[in-house]
Design a protein around this ligand. Structure first.
Ligand code: LLP
Length: 426
């Protein structure tokens, strides 16, 4: 459930009209709901109840400082994949002791900084990375806490670009090799084995792949125990899907309940701390992208609604053919319904936000692209030299600007002209 609803025909974010936000901050504009973010985060913590757990929000989904800050205040940990994300977490008041560091190629400097601030765990994805971490920790006189990201070879049955737990994917250490790599890790001077983890993909709409992955990891933990290696936590990554259209993904409660049931069947495993790295299921439906219709362009085979947001602002439809609901902000005036491709001003045929949408709209109307709170702004670019949109957070009847619209001069800040050559005519 989220807090974007119609009130008397006008779409609101909590108690603020999206039309008022467009008026105040212009379009295109990302709008997030604080109450929705908090609700989605609490769905995890409440589902896990008294079982030891840590919810490490995946920063990549939406890394605005305001988003990180409000989650930090709720006690969230964070899953990061770069030093940039680490510095954001720290700038937002996040606790480094609750940070896990994922990613296939952490650089030495990134490892050093994470060791310096004392993160909870490095999720290591290969033997080479393990060796690098041991070396960096040794140089700093630190002991690095590690978990191995195991690739359990289960099919997440999601879009191939966001499936990560198959042998054919670049992620993790193959489950059959994990035992050997754990033994190597346990023998390294500057590492301490603390966990095991996996992340099999994103936008999963069924529980069975998660349970299959859990089963494979539990078999691994048994084998490790036989060799005297015990872990404190099991990190199952992120991946729980959200309803974009007609999907019915399991709720965090059902997900947690089935995992806890599996763990309870295993004697002695009840107290294994569970970590999760949810991104999308916390942020996606806590945000919309507001955009205004510039022109309606009727065609012989297609009608186009050309809007002021484009693929550079929200790339998911173009990149993954992702379906995101598009709603008129104000439904009060009567207009003719037509079928439109909702497209942006960028010079690419792939620049669309939605295809074949039934909409009753006219030029000048506002539209809200739903489910844009995750993998929205964070994947935005300046393609076609378009400044990135502002981000606004509604909180009850207040709307806060949490990132200003980029200015034109921001586009070339950091660039420079070449020095002129003597031979050139002035
Ligand atoms: N942990 C790891 C190691 C990950 O790689 C990811 C996402 C997450 C956690 C968070 O997964 P989530 O709960 O959000 O599904 N840009 C794509 C999604 C890419 C996800 C990459 N990894 C999209 O827009 O659909």
């Amino acid at each position: 459930m989220d807090h974007f609803e119609y009130r008397d025909g006008v779409l609101f974010g909590e108690e603020v009209s999206l039309a008022d936000i467009a008026e105040r901050f212009g379009t295109p504009c990302y709008v997030y709901s604080r109450a929705t973010l908090e609700r989605h985060f609490r769905a995890y913590t409440e589902a896990l109840g008294s079982h030891p757990h840590l919810i490490c929000y995946a920063v990549k989904a939406n890394s605005n400082l305001a988003v990180l800050g409000l989650l930090a205040r709720l006690g969230a940990g964070f899953d990061i994949v770069s030093q940039g994300e680490l510095e954001r977490v720290l700038a937002a008041g996040g606790d480094p002791a609750k940070v896990v560091f994922s990613g296939v190629a952490k650089q030495e400097g990134e490892m050093a900084r994470a060791l310096e601030v004392g993160i909870k765990c490095f999720n290591v994805e290969s033997l080479s990375e393990l060796e690098r971490l041991d070396r960096v920790a040794g140089k700093l006189g630190k002991i690095a806490p590690v978990s191995l990201r195991v690739n359990p070879d289960v099919d997440a049955r999601t879009h191939p670009y966001i499936s990560t737990g198959l042998k054919a994917n670049k992620f993790g250490i193959p489950v059959d090799e994990a035992l050997k790599v754990y033994e190597i890790a346990a023998g390294m001077d500057n590492l301490r084995v603390v966990g095991a983890d996996c992340h099999i993909g994103s936008q999963l709409t069924e529980l069975s792949p998660f349970l299959d992955a859990l089963d494979r990891l539990l078999v691994l933990l048994d084998r490790l125990k036989d060799r005297g290696i015990t872990v404190e936590h099991l990190d199952l990554g992120g991946g729980l899907g959200v309803p974009y259209h007609d999907e019915h993904p399991p709720a965090p409660f059902d997900y947690a309940a089935s995992l806890l049931e599996r763990l309870a069947q295993r004697h002695g495993e009840q107290q294994l701390t569970l970590l999760f790295e949810p991104g999308r299921s916390i942020a996606a439906n806590a945000g919309v992208l507001l955009t205004r219709v510039e022109f309606l362009k009727p065609g012989e085979t297609k009608n186009f609604a050309i809007v002021d947001a484009a693929m550079n602002d929200l790339i998911r439809p173009a990149l993954y053919q992702a379906w995101q609901t598009i709603l008129p902000v104000d439904t009060r005036s009567t207009r003719e319904t037509n079928t439109f491709d909702v497209v942006g001003p960028v010079c690419e045929t792939g620049d669309f936000l939605g295809k074949d949408r039934e909409l009753a709209i006219a030029a000048g109307d506002l539209l809200a692209v739903r489910s844009a709170g995750a993998y929205g702004f964070v994947m935005a670019s300046n393609y076609n030299s378009r400044p990135r949109p502002p981000e606004v957070m509604v909180d009850g009847d207040q709307a806060h600007l949490i990132r200003r619209r980029e200015r034109l001069e921001d586009l070339w800040a950091g660039e420079s002209l070449l020095p002129s050559k003597g031979s050139e005519t002035e």
